[in-house]
Design a protein around this ligand. Structure first.
Ligand code: FES
Ligand code: FES
Length: 230
């Protein structure tokens, strides 16, 4: 083997050696030998890795039915969402955002980054805002979850934060709005009269690609004022 052939074989651009089943123009596969090679092994690892990661991501939506107790976790569970009791079949690694959107049809909860960076998926668990894309649904079985759909009043009226965001023309494209609303609601529950800086800090985990931050802050301050005067 020339030096060039040796280099190409370790880089994987050519079969390992012309003396092992390579005839110059076509690969000769010995019938009695299994087709193990470094290249096939690496191809197998890559292929299986892609399959597994894809299955994890799309699992809640696309996977076939599995036994109810897959991986030792009971899949059919009861959740408390927006004041209702919901029975839902949840995969062991399924996130709350996926359950809300694709199992319960609560698509007001948006998925932006799906990795705890943007805040589009913010919901309340109890009275605290959380990123639902990074919480496993199985971990919140006994907790009360509130999504943006759950803020509606008994007569169908908007939550004061929602109304204030409309009055202040806070959203532009609106994609981040449900998350901004939920963080603002959580803030006003714990601090009904925030300063503007406190509101800014409270909404810091909600990114807005339209850059409408000041408009959202105007909305939070208006909601606080109007709630205090109500
Ligand atoms: S989708 Fe959850 S933080 Fe971005
Ligand atoms: S209004 Fe468009 S991302 Fe915030």
């Amino acid at each position: 083997m020339s030096d060039r052939d040796a280099l190409e074989s370790v880089q994987g651009s050519k079969p390992p050696s012309p003396t092992v089943g390579y005839s110059g123009t076509s690969v000769v596969t010995p019938k009695t030998k299994p087709e193990w090679s470094r290249r096939n092994f690496i191809k197998g690892v890559i292929a299986s890795g892609v399959t597994v990661s894809g299955a994890v991501y799309f699992g809640p939506v696309l996977s076939r039915p599995e036994p109810l107790s897959a991986q030792g976790v009971e899949r059919l569970i009861t959740l408390r969402v927006n004041g209702q009791t919901r029975r839902v079949d949840v995969l062991p690694g399924e996130t709350l955002a996926m359950t809300l959107r694709y199992k319960l049809g609560l698509t007001g909860t948006k998925l932006g980054c799906d990795r705890a960076e943007c805040g589009a998926c913010t919901v309340l668990i109890g009275e605290v805002n959380h990123y639902s894309c990074t919480i496993l649904t199985h971990r919140i079985r006994d907790r009360e979850v509130t999504t943006v759909e759950g803020l509606e009043g008994s007569s169908g009226e908007l939550h004061p934060v929602q109304q204030a965001f409309i009055d202040e023309l806070s959203p532009q494209c609106g994609f981040c709005t449900p998350g901004q609303v939920m963080s603002a609601v959580a803030l006003l529950k714990s601090n009904p009269k925030p300063t503007r800086d406190e509101a800014r800090i409270a909404l810091a985990g909600n990114l807005c690609r339209c850059g409408a931050y000041d408009h959202y802050l105007n909305g939070v301050m208006r909601a606080a004022e109007e709630t205090a005067n109500a």
